[in-house]
Design a protein around this ligand. Structure first.
Ligand code: FE2
Length: 477
């Protein structure tokens, strides 16, 4: 086709959330519009991709972008804002050389034939770019990603402390992006995926600065799993049939995520482990589906329940390519809250859609995790072709409440309970919202119960659309 026939893509208003920002370490004091509860005196931190190219080339996918932390410290009618890039090896290489030095999620530095030939001898390192969830390893604050090494940061200054390393012989090229911290046991549970001649998943406990395996299982085709289910008694890996061939992993010239193929004929396998002994209790199969995020899991007498946001296929991964997301090339698929039920005596599995409203970036209040719960918060879409343009509060009974303002795009909600909550939804919900009209962002503070606006804290510039956030109360940091 001749170039004269090409029409320049029209950038959507949410596309400002996918532009790079400069590495300057901004400090701002912001003014609260409205009234926030007097007990909200902690720190809200969000993390997300904020640099999408080097001088040499553009990154392909939203998840490739280099992570930047944004800190909002509540101080009465003011909020102290700061931002800083996570200084991973991948980011500092890109910053200092303006080239890509690591294999990112969907972008590989070995693009030319020469580079590919060289990389067969010495493959580029898998990225340590931490642009995802914020987690706790004991008293250490870390940002994680699919890479095995989490990066510790200071929640006040946002400076990078360094990569967390463990003196053990556990091996895994891929880590779960969402480790789960259990405050009662004071331990973090996660898992590693080893991609090798003999591939495996290893469930890991992190406590007292040490990492130890709980359970391990050999697999023929490792699958892509972004999160997992945890209860007081069980760890469940929901193995979607989005599988890779381990024999071609090292030598393939395809980026990491493109090495996974959708194999619906395999079905979805549930790997149920006893959390204490590590024993594999069951591995029932069910229909093929995909999910990025588990919502919660809990036990009731005789049954184990897993709630997660499911899709018929993993097309959402493709929909988050930067070209698609900036120019609306394809609709972002809508996830549905699905409840998977396992009977504990014979491990029979069944499932049903719990709430029909489309949802992503789910969060529940921290004290209900691994226990029965009523409310899920997340972001939704006004129609299938739109970007995430509303915040939702879903009851597991099906009732849905919404916050929406035209041409605004809320990021993942963070649920902050009141100091002595009278109910599960007693507290506030925070979200970093992108205003596509005024081209700036604001922190939104909603009443957790009524889901109405209490306050907003505007910035004078847009912040790239975040992936995940966390609130730290004053006594935590
Ligand atoms: Fe995630």
């Amino acid at each position: 086709m001749g170039t004269e026939n090409r029409i320049a893509p029209r950038e959507s208003s949410h596309a400002i959330g996918f532009r790079s920002v400069t590495p300057e370490q901004l400090e701002r004091t912001l003014t609260v519009e409205g009234t926030i509860p007097s007990w909200l005196t902690g720190t809200y931190v969000v993390n997300g991709p904020a640099k999408f190219e080097t001088r040499e080339r553009s990154l392909s996918h939203w998840f490739d972008g280099f992570g930047m932390l944004h800190r909002f410290r509540f101080d009465g009618d003011r909020v102290h804002y700061r931002r800083r890039f996570v200084e991973s090896g991948a980011y500092t290489h890109a910053r200092d050389t303006e080239t890509l030095g690591y294999r990112e999620f969907a972008t590989d530095p070995s693009e030319s034939c020469f580079d590919r030939a060289v990389s067969l001898l010495a493959p580029p390192s898998v990225t340590d770019n931490a642009n995802g969830p914020l987690a706790r390893y004991g008293d250490r604050y870390v940002v994680t990603s699919e890479s095995p090494g989490a990066i510790e940061f200071d929640p006040e200054t946002l400076s990078t402390v360094g990569q967390i390393t463990f003196e053990d012989d556990l091996v895994g090229q891929v880590s779960c992006a969402h480790p789960q911290y259990d405050p009662i046991a004071d331990e973090t549970i996660t898992f590693l995926t080893r991609i090798a001649r003999q591939s495996s998943y290893t469930v890991v406990r992190i406590a007292d600065g040490k990492r130890e395996p709980i359970a391990s299982i050999a697999v023929d085709r490792p699958c892509y799993m972004h999160s997992f289910a945890l209860t007081p008694t069980y760890v469940v890996l929901v193995e979607f049939p989005y599988a890779m061939n381990p024999f071609t992993f090292r030598l393939s010239d395809r980026p990491f995520i493109e090495q996974f193929d959708w194999r619906p004929e395999r079905g979805t396998r549930l790997l149920v482990f006893d959390r204490s002994s590590g024993r594999l209790l069951a591995k029932p199969r069910m229909d093929a589906f995909f999910a990025l995020h588990h919502v919660n899991a809990f036990e009731r007498p005789g049954e184990l329940l897993l709630d997660l946001l499911t899709y018929p296929t993993p097309k959402i991964v493709e929909a988050f390519s930067l070209d698609s997301i900036r120019n609306d090339r394809m609709s972002i698929p809508s996830g549905r809250l699905r409840r998977v039920r396992l009977t504990i005596d014979d491990w029979l599995v069944s499932s049903r859609t719990l709430v029909a409203s489309p949802l992503e970036w789910p969060q529940i209040v921290g004290h209900r995790r691994t226990h029965p719960y009523q409310f899920v918060y997340g972001v939704g879409k006004s129609d299938p072709s739109s970007f995430y343009d509303r915040l939702l509060k879903l009851e597991t009974t099906g009732r849905t409440t919404c916050w929406h303002e035209p041409a605004t795009y809320p990021g993942e909600p963070t649920v902050v309970p009141a100091p002595t909550p009278a109910s599960e939804d007693d507290g506030v919900v925070l979200s970093l919202v992108l205003d596509g009209t005024d081209e700036r962002s604001f922190v939104l503070v909603l009443d957790g119960e009524t889901f109405t606006e209490l306050a907003r804290v505007p910035l004078d510039h847009p912040i790239p659309y975040p992936r995940h956030g966390q609130y730290y109360s004053t006594d935590e940091c």
